[in-house]
Write a protein that binds this ligand. Structure first.
Ligand SMILES: [Zn+2]
Length: 121
């Protein structure tokens, strides 16, 4: 992958990610997992993301996706689909792992993952 458009790392630095393209938006979700992680999700095609380092995973409910976190410091770095949907193989990285100045201009959208499964704006 060439020069990263954006990058981030967990608190201890053991897990890093680099994005080949800059995301158009950040999604804050209020579902039972995301409200606890307080993540700033950037949804990306997996071929635009390069992750290094070892993670542990957690999934719940219907097990559509796996949350990845650093085995050492516990920071939630990204999620990946367990059962990718045809034509929509999305993953998401947690831009709370990026330097705040580098994501300040990316619009934040609030997603109601708890109930309606729609954006609230
Ligand atoms: Zn770490």
């Amino acid at each position: 992958m060439s020069a990263a458009a954006l990058s981030g790392s967990c608190h201890c630095g053991a897990v890093t990610f680099r994005l080949a393209t800059r995301p158009a938006q950040i999604v804050k979700c209020n579902c039972s997992a995301c409200r606890r992680y307080r993540a700033l999700w950037a949804h990306m095609p997996p071929d635009q993301v390069d992750v290094t380092g070892q993670t542990a995973t957690y999934s719940h409910g219907d097990k559509q996706l796996a949350f990845h976190f650093c085995r050492r410091c516990g920071a939630t770095t990204h999620w990946t689909p367990i059962k990718p949907q045809p034509g929509a193989p999305w993953m998401a990285v947690n831009l709370a792992m990026a330097v705040p100045d580098q994501i300040a201009d990316i619009p934040v959208r609030h997603f109601d993952g708890a109930e309606t499964w729609r954006f609230l704006d």
